[in-house]
Design a protein around this ligand. Structure first.
Ligand SMILES: [Zn+2]
Length: 307
């Protein structure tokens, strides 16, 4: 299997201030572990081009795109909400993060690689059609999925989100688009408490109580995601890969371990082989314990590589 590794050094320039958990150290920790373990040399490393405004507008309102551009500071840090800030490099990083999803999707659709992992930040799944929020400026995975749906051979896709926080932005963007099956597992009640109650046949919400671990997670995926995927038969699969449901993560209270991420990745790949010719693009969302994040990403990518 050829797995593309889409990342850009400028994604590490986005910095929301000392002590913010969504820090540049996250990508550094991932890259260092992949390098130390030798996995980085097995991957096709690609630096994406930034997304254009036209790409962003597939998923976002003009006013929301303009807001992010207008608030971009020349120096210092400006806040968009209590959790989300921008420094002088944040806009560039966000455009590269969205661009990574587009480049990865294009490379998979052209058959240049089998699948891809995008090690990018800022993350995207909280960004709604009309609102950047929750560490997210643009919804990277939604933009990638909408790009795929423009291709003749892609009629239906699935977005699978195992970040510990509910992907409210993704649900918001696709609430009225049944071409996109959105499956999520998340701690509940917990941040962000938006759109988890938006109901439709193509929106599969799997809330997990604080303290839930491997058994509850795997049960929810098998009971709810699997039949939905088998019925939807996506032509391509997208993964909002957040690793903050790990037992060591400081921002939430689920108890997953690295092996759970390998397990869910294998299950997703199996569905990809059955319905989507293996076409799969995974993008980094959350994950705030540096060692747990890096080790979980390593398991995720090893599984994508078929190792
Ligand atoms: Zn999260």
């Amino acid at each position: 299997m050829i797995t593309g590794y889409f990342t850009h050094p400028d994604c590490q320039q986005h910095d929301m201030g000392a002590g913010h958990p969504e820090s540049p150290q996250r990508l550094r920790a991932i890259n260092e572990l992949l390098e130390a373990g030798g996995l980085l040399h097995d991957l096709q490393a690609i630096h994406p081009a930034p997304a254009e405004k036209a790409d962003l507008s597939m998923a976002h309102s003009a006013s929301s795109i303009q807001l992010v551009h207008d608030r971009s500071p020349i120096t210092g840090i400006v806040s968009l909400d209590a959790d989300t800030s921008m420094n002088a490099h944040s806009l560039d990083a966000a455009l590269l993060a969205a661009g990574a999803g587009l480049a990865a999707t294009k490379a998979v659709l052209e058959g240049k690689i089998n699948n891809a992992f995008c090690a990018v930040r800022p993350p995207g799944h909280h960004a709604e059609h009309d609102l950047p929020m929750g560490f997210c400026l643009f919804n990277n995975i939604a933009i990638a999925a909408l790009y795929a749906l423009q291709q003749d051979n892609i009629e239906r896709v699935a977005i699978l989100d195992f970040d510990v926080h509910h992907g409210n932005g993704t649900v918001d963007i696709f609430a009225n688009d049944p071409r996109v099956l959105v499956c999520s597992s998340y701690q509940h009640p917990h941040y962000p408490m938006r759109h988890h109650d938006t109901l439709a046949e193509h929106l599969i919400h799997c809330p997990l109580e604080a303290g839930s671990g491997s058994r509850e997670f795997r049960h929810a995926i098998e009971q709810h995601w699997l039949p939905a995927l088998q019925s939807h038969k996506p032509d391509m699969i997208f993964v909002s890969a957040g690793f903050d449901a790990h037992r060591l993560d400081p921002l939430a209270n689920l108890n997953l371990v690295e092996a759970d991420y390998a397990w869910v990745t294998e299950l997703i790949m199996d569905q990809g082989r059955s319905h989507a010719q293996g076409r799969l693009v995974s993008m980094l969302e959350g994950g705030y314990h540096l060692q747990a994040l890096a080790a979980s990403v390593e398991q995720h990518i090893k599984t994508l590589r078929g190792l």
